[in-house]
Design a protein around this ligand. Structure first.
Ligand code: HMG
Ligand code: MG
Length: 296
């Protein structure tokens, strides 16, 4: 039972660029605007985290204040704590995300606290966001493996996902942070989480480190999931997951979905142009196979 429509949540400007030191605010703004022109409706435009931890995202306030907003597009931001939420609200983020993990070690390295402490820290963020009528998305990292602990129990993924959902997150994004999953275990993990969080409230967030992301998404689409996170030109990685590469390239995902008759509302040619321009700005090849094929 494949959905006939998939909503793409573009994370390139945040997950992609959080690792890149040499990107100007102007380049980021141009990328976000080009993604909007290509028909992307949900864009993670930055994160309000400690600039000591992730200096690459220190201009997120400028991004939100300066971007040319397009009606009908949601511009969202990561907010690990109340301070992040206050900054995000002040800068005009439409939506925010709290980000936890199914691995204690990753939680500690990424946000400097245990899973339990992170849940305590998220509670006031949720309250303040709700008081301001701002929706909160929830991420669970390391759903198919952790860079520090290796295998992660599916029951732990489901437990953390359920806590975030019950806390009030409108959608739970399941992150294969280091891209180690393969189709059968990815699908089993989604099925297990879908027992505690409705499948139409789940999103897939798969990094492509081992080249498995597209296959994993195809396997998981069969569960009825219809929201997928991806990153234009395959940008990115995670500063606290050594060796993690970018998310699945949005161009490759859109090409596969359109080929299967699944609508995304995205213009692939315009999307590929956006990916080409940011790749040029970074001085590297476009990480999307589809974008490269279109160009040749
Ligand atoms: P901490 O050091 O424990 O926090 O960091 P603290 O409360 O003790 O504050 C320390 C300093 O940071 C203070 O400044 C605070 O004011 C400041 P000082 O007094 O030393 O000058 N500070 C902040 N500044 C700006 N914005 C804030 C903020 N909070 C504190 N929000 C903290 C805890 C969570 C802040 C830190 O660990 C952090 O920023 N971590 C973020 C790491 C990150 O961004 N990782 C990448 C994103 S997650 C990811 O990529 C995975 C995902 O894609 C899904 C997947 O792939 O699995 C989502
Ligand atoms: Mg990620």
């Amino acid at each position: 039972m494949f959905a006939d429509k998939v909503s793409i949540f573009e994370v390139g400007p945040r997950d992609g660029l959080q690792n890149e030191v040499a990107v100007t605010t102007a380049d980021k703004l141009r990328l976000i605007e080009q993604l909007a022109q290509a028909g992307v409706k949900r864009i993670e435009a930055g994160s309000f985290v400690s600039p000591k931890w992730v200096p690459q995202m220190a201009d997120s306030g400028d991004i939100f204040r300066q971007l040319q907003r397009v009606d009908g597009i949601t511009y969202s931001a990561l907010t690990p704590n109340l301070k992040g939420l206050e900054l995000a609200l002040d800068a005009g983020a439409d939506e925010v995300a709290i980000f936890g993990a199914a691995s204690q070690s990753f939680s500690q390295k990424n946000i400097n606290c245990s899973i339990e402490e992170s849940i305590e820290r998220f509670a006031p963020v949720m309250q303040a966001a709700q008081a301001n009528n701002v929706r909160v998305r929830g991420y669970v990292s390391c759903v198919l493996g952790c860079p520090y602990e290796g295998d992660i129990a599916v029951a732990e993924v489901a437990r953390v996902a359920e806590i975030l959902y019950k806390m009030g997150c409108y959608e739970i994004s399941l992150g294969d942070t280091i891209g180690v999953g393969t189709p059968h275990n990815a699908r089993r993990m989604v099925e297990a989480v879908a027992e505690v969080v409705p499948v139409d409230k789940l999103a897939l967030h798969f990094h492509d480190t081992y080249g498995q992301a597209l296959a994993n998404i195809l396997a998981c689409l069969a569960t009825g999931v219809s929201v997928i996170d991806s990153s234009v030109a395959g940008l990115g990685g995670c500063p606290y997951a050594k060796g993690a590469s970018g998310n699945l390239a949005t161009e490759d995902l859109v090409y596969m979905l359109h080929g299967m008759g699944i609508d995304t509302g995205i213009d692939l040619a315009l999307l590929a142009q956006a990916g080409d321009q940011i790749s040029q700005a970074l001085g590297r090849n476009n990480g999307s196979k589809v974008a490269q094929a279109i160009k040749n």
